[in-house]
Each structure stands twice: as C-alpha cells, then as structure tokens.
Design a protein around this ligand. Structure first.
Ligand code: SF4
Length: 379
C-alpha cells in the first residue's frame, strides 16, 4: 500500500464506524453532542470541551420513527429519529436540532417528545440573516445555545475558548477546500468512494486531528504528478451523497467528481468565520455570509445555478449530477431553475433520486453509464 492509500484507509475506517468513534470518546470521559444539519456553530461545542458529531441519518429503513412522521418526510430526518429510538444516540449528552426547512421544524418537536432523556438544544436560524437585525438575532440564539452547552458541561466558556475553536475550525475548512481541489485534480489517486469518506470522517473526528491527517494527505497529493484522466468529470449537487454503492458506480464508469455543491460536503465548509473581537459575532457573520444553498433565502433567486455553472467551468467538468433527496421540498423546488440555467449554458445534467433507504442502484447504474457516454462525446 502507498502512503496515500494507508491514510485513505484510515479515513474510511472512521467514516464507516461512527459508533466506534462515539464509544471511544465516551470511554475517554468526553461528552458528545449530536448536531443535526445544517450550519450548527460547532465551534461553541468544541470551545466547551465537548465533541460535536454530525447526525445525517444512516442507511436503512425507518421502523419506530414511522410512528412520529408522515411517510413523506425525508429519510435524513426519519433515520435520525430512528437512530435515537433504537438507542444509538443514548450516550450523547445533548442534541442540537436545527430548523432551516419545513421538515426540520416539526421534526424538532417530534424529537423532543420521543427523546425526552437527551437534552435538546433548539436552534432556529433566521432566514433574514444578512441585515444587522438578522446578525443580532443569530448572535442571540448562539448565545442561548452557549448557555445550554455550559449547563451540560458544568462550566463557563470564555471568549478566548471560542476564538481558539474558530481558529481550529477555519483551519479544518481550509484543509477540506484544499482536499476537494486536490481530489478533483487526482481522480486516479482518489476515488469517489474515498473522496466521500475523507469528507464524511470529519463529522466524527475532533477537528484538529482531522486537519492534521488531511494536511498530510493534501501535501502528498500536491507532490504527486498530475496524470491524464481517461474518463469524464462532473460536479455533484444535492443534500448528501455518501453511499459507497452509489459512488462505486461513478468509479466503475470513470466518472470523477471534479467539484461539488453538496450540503454534506462543500456547502458546509465554503465560508470561514471572519475575525471579530466578539467571537459570537464572528459566527453570526459567518452564517450571514452563507449563500447558494437551497435551504437559505436568496432574494436574487439565481445565485445557486450561477454558482454551479461556475463550479463546472472552474473545475473543468463536463456535466452535473443532481442527487435529488426524496421528499426534500427545498431541493425539489429549486430544481427547475437549476435545470433551466444548465440547459441554457449547454451543460448536461442528470437527476438521480437518492435517499437513505436505497440499496439497489441498478437503475442509477444504467443512467450513469449512458450519461458517461454523453459526456465523453463532449470531450
Ligand atoms: S433540507 Fe431536505 S433533506 Fe434536509 S432536512 Fe430538510 S427536507 Fe430533509
């Protein structure tokens, strides 16, 4: 095995075993806080000396969670509650539940009723996040979240602790952005399955440790010669795309991920928290600066399609694969504008249905094979 392969195997081991990571933290006497998507200021949890762990559902079918949701709730939310009801989350010291879409909002109340033994921190981000009143509102809810974390951990968190956490997180975001670029330039060294594992593992690791490993990987990739890629290159877009069975189809058809607009991946680390004497304001401004996301208010109505077209051009991709999360209203409602913009820009686009329950991607395989042929003709 090469040094790159050894590191990639370590990332894969962590990405595929979040339960093992959780057990390890608990055995070390650490407190762990589960974080729903999207835009939880994990820096506050890190500053309080606790471990934030991402809750993005898990593969499988909801069973117990069905009692709490109508069947048209997305699988991410259903499987998060299923994990809680199955006892997978019982060792958490708390869960931060966000509310940025019409599914997350009611889900927060279902979670509260179903899991009254796990402290739940309710985080209602504002959609009007950019004007000063929006920034101040975000600061108020982040301060409240900090108070709740202090109660859980049993100590006060200083501004210095939060500033240090922001530094650690900004470094991690920078390393992930570098990695996405490096992976796009080296598809012969980083498969789609491995790319996903490297990014996913960060949800289960202490960020400074993830950064150390990732910087090492980035250094090795940057030192590797760029080889000609005998395949096609795409930009992926959607909420989550972490199923190895699906990603392996991309690898089998030599479809490289040149860049992504995926919430679980690049959307989560696009923006750093800028320096401010008040670190809570830094985090609120960071959220205010987020854009090009289906779950965020966009008065221009057009920033995400333009962003994806730029991603295609800048990463030298030939097409876009949209992973459409079943029953995800924000993604479904935004799709027509994206489709039209890509069509106008003459960029081929393939939409594939995606959720945590799919085990057989047979239909997707056929579509992807055909799509790869279309793209190779564009070369
Ligand atoms: S944005 Fe979509 S996938 Fe995410 S929680 Fe809401 S409905 Fe589910």
């Amino acid at each position: 095995m090469t040094d790159i392969e050894i590191l990639l195997a370590q990332f894969e081991e962590i990405a595929n075993n979040p339960k093992k990571q959780l057990e390890q933290y608990i055995s070390e006497g650490k407190k762990v806080i589960g974080c729903y998507p999207y835009y939880v200021p994990e820096e506050l949890i890190y500053a309080a000396g606790m471990i934030p762990m991402g809750l993005w559902g898990k593969r499988g079918n909801p069973n117990k969670a069905k009692e709490y949701f109508a069947p048209f709730y997305c699988s991410l939310v259903q499987m998060n509650l299923e994990m809680a009801l199955n006892g997978d989350l019982q060792k958490l010291s708390g869960v931060v539940h966000t509310t940025l879409c019409d599914t997350l909002r009611p889900s927060s109340q279902n979670f509260r009723v179903a899991m009254d033994k796990i402290p739940m921190i309710f985080l209602a981000h504002p959609q009007n996040r950019k004007p000063e009143f929006g920034v101040e509102y975000t600061m108020a809810i982040y301060s409240k979240m900090l108070n709740q974390l202090e109660e859980i951990v049993g100590r006060k968190v200083s501004a210095g602790d939060i500033k240090e956490a922001i530094k650690v997180y900004n470094e991690n975001r920078q390393a992930k952005r570098e990695f996405v670029k490096n992976a796009g330039m080296h598809p012969e060294l980083i498969s789609a399955v491995q790319r996903s594992a490297v990014l996913k593992s960060s949800y289960f690791m202490e960020k400074h440790l993830h950064t150390t490993m990732l910087n090492e990987l980035n250094k090795m990739l940057q030192a590797s010669p760029i080889e000609e890629w005998h395949g096609t290159r795409v930009v992926t877009s959607g909420i989550i795309c972490d199923n190895p069975s699906f990603l392996k189809i991309l690898d089998d058809n030599r479809i490289a991920i040149a860049a992504d607009d995926v919430a679980h991946e690049s959307r989560s680390f696009r923006k750093d928290a800028p320096y401010n004497e008040d670190p809570i304001r830094s985090l609120a401004v960071q959220f205010a600066d987020q854009d090009q996301d289906t779950i965020l208010y966009d008065p221009s109505l057009n920033s995400r399609p333009s962003h994806i077209i730029d991603l295609v051009k800048n990463s030298n991709a030939q097409g876009v694969i949209v992973l459409m999360m079943t029953f995800c209203d924000p993604e479904e409602m935004e799709y027509p504008s994206l489709y039209n913009a890509l069509k106008e820009a003459k960029i081929p686009c393939l939409k594939i249905g995606y959720n945590h329950q799919i085990t057989d991607f047979g239909q997707a395989r056929t579509s992807l094979q055909a799509f790869a042929e279309v793209l190779s003709m564009k070369n």
